[in-house]
Design a binder for this molecule. Sequence first.
Ligand SMILES: NC(=O)N[C@@H](CC(=O)O)C(=O)O
Ligand SMILES: [Zn+2]
Ligand SMILES: [Zn+2]
Length: 435
Amino acid sequence: MSMSNHNTFLIKGADLVGGGRQDLLIKDGVLAAVGKAAPKGATVVDADGLVALPGLVDLHTHLREPGREDAETVSTGSAAAAAGGFTAVLAMANTSPVTDTAEAAERVFDLGRACGLVDVQPVGAVSKGLAGESLAELGLMARSRAGVRVFSDDGKCVHDARLMRRALEYVKAFGGVVSQHAQEPRLADGAACCHEGELSGRLGLPGWPGVAEDVIVARDIMLARHTGSRVHIAHVSTAGSVEVIRWAKAQGTAVTAEVTPHHLMLSTSRLEDYDPTYKVNPPLRPDEDIEQLRTALADGTIDAVATDHAPHARHDKEHAFAEAAFGMLGLEQALQVVNTVMVQPGLMTWQQVADAMSVRPAEIAGLAGHGRPLAVGEPANLTLIDPSATVEVDAAQSHSLSRNNPWHGEKLIGQVQATFLRGRATLLDQEVITA
Ligand SMILES: NC(=O)N[C@@H](CC(=O)O)C(=O)O
Ligand SMILES: [Zn+2]
Ligand SMILES: [Zn+2]
């Protein structure tokens, strides 16, 4: 046992977003002091040159438990999240069984609390069994101990306009939101596996066009306007969606949107070698879309960065491109990617990163205690990042059970060095501990 009290941390000289260089005292789970403090027995964390952000909140994580514990569990996914700077994640409902009842939601919630590395907040399914036919128990999930506020059939689009309308009307009663996987099934042929364009033609892979996303985004914005309810667009990937969302926000419609790290950085050209690691839904898009996604994130048209962390076991991913599973990892590299493509080139400030990766996601999901300013009396949910370290990503070095990491071999800028959840260190690089 060391001399230090493991529940008391003195973070020295961190660069606080909006607050300059400060010391932070973490005690009894809260920020006990901001500014100068020198308590005895605290573990001292040297944060010289590190940026302190409120703990990150991921609106879109697939944890695979229950059902596919060979790909990820609540515990391994939580560890990956903490390593990436997250203190809360929204766990998507496309598990087996589906999270479409109060009991199922409470089970996921409890697994998360038992693990204790991040707050796991279950997303409830919109439709029973994600079948797109009848509404799941939205009200019971909302009133359950899990307090579900975000509903999504993610993996599938709620394509029936009547069902979508009813879901929006229903969640309005308790301040909930429907997160839509926007993909018109009639425009996205069953065999489609990548973006439809020049490259899909050349590679001989069936593709689906960006407009399959755009039309659902437009429809759901009109339904949100009609019902006076809130819609959230998951993993926006096209310039067309951005255009429609920008228009809707200018009209005052209650629409919010997220973009993934991979859609901000990786283009369709990654498919040249038919590597199934880059097979994802929605697909990687051309440079013109990426450009618009970056602009929209920087100007607030897109509210949040969400990972769509989608672990897959080797035997589901290592197939010919057309047969492999859709999805890629994201939790551990998300902040690095945002730093590399947005902060370092001067497109975004750290304050904006805090907004897009913590404040806004917590607001959208109605998560109390997260996305809060780093101020005295607030829960000590925060993360420290070295913004200038260049790191070569190694897929083998991961807390996730899966290895479908699209950043493998990539040099990214930034390294997460510590994460605290209500004052407990869920990640603490030994290098930064000085006493
Ligand atoms: N993103 C993906 O390609 N896959 C996700 C489902 C989804 O987000 O649509 C998955 O669950 O694997
Ligand atoms: Zn999806
Ligand atoms: Zn997803």
